[in-house]
Write a protein that binds this ligand. Sequence first.
Ligand SMILES: CC(C)(COP(=O)(O)OP(=O)(O)OC[C@H]1O[C@@H](n2cnc3c(N)ncnc32)[C@H](O)[C@@H]1OP(=O)(O)O)[C@@H](O)C(=O)NCCC(=O)NCCS
Length: 158
Amino acid sequence: MTPSPATAAVRVRRAELSDLDDLVALEQATFDSDQVSRAQFRRHLDSDSARVLVASANHRRFLGTALVFFRKGSRVARLYSIASLPEARGKGVGTALIEAAEAAARQRRCQALRLEVRPDNDAAIRLYQRLGYHRFGPVVKGFYEDGADAYRYEKILK
Ligand SMILES: CC(C)(COP(=O)(O)OP(=O)(O)OC[C@H]1O[C@@H](n2cnc3c(N)ncnc32)[C@H](O)[C@@H]1OP(=O)(O)O)[C@@H](O)C(=O)NCCC(=O)NCCS
């Protein structure tokens, strides 16, 4: 896919220790439940079964993040979490993070990337659908810690 001018300036890299404060602050500001803790982020940074991605642009080191999980012996990767800074939304950060998550999954020879999303999260669902994700399976009842249901989406990686 050719990046639009808006997305061209966004770069995605692996998260480092120095990103921890930004990762935790964005997580706490974005999600009311199912938050990834500082200790969990810290473990994921070095884990073989996780990839923490960070989006940046010319003058901003940290614009958003995505967390991808891999399972040994599984060809399915899971996009566990994605968020961009509120002031950076609508500028291609989320798109760049998902594309990087897909690239990381392909690198690990995964054939699909899956994710869960709240049924009322219109912005995220629109984004996933635009990038080729399709809903599959039944609604997962009570998926989130606050009791909310989840839709499951999947993209077959080519
Ligand atoms: C979902 C989310 C990661 C998308 O990130 P983003 O950086 O806005 O992504 P993009 O800019 O690539 O695309 C966002 C879409 O919203 C549109 N948009 C325009 N202005 C926007 C704004 N101010 N805020 C949000 N979206 C906007 C974009 O044009 C784009 O539309 P499209 O998908 O129909 O083309 C972001 O909204 C977010 O962090 N939400 C809170 C956390 C969340 O819900 N995460 C997903 C569930 S785990």
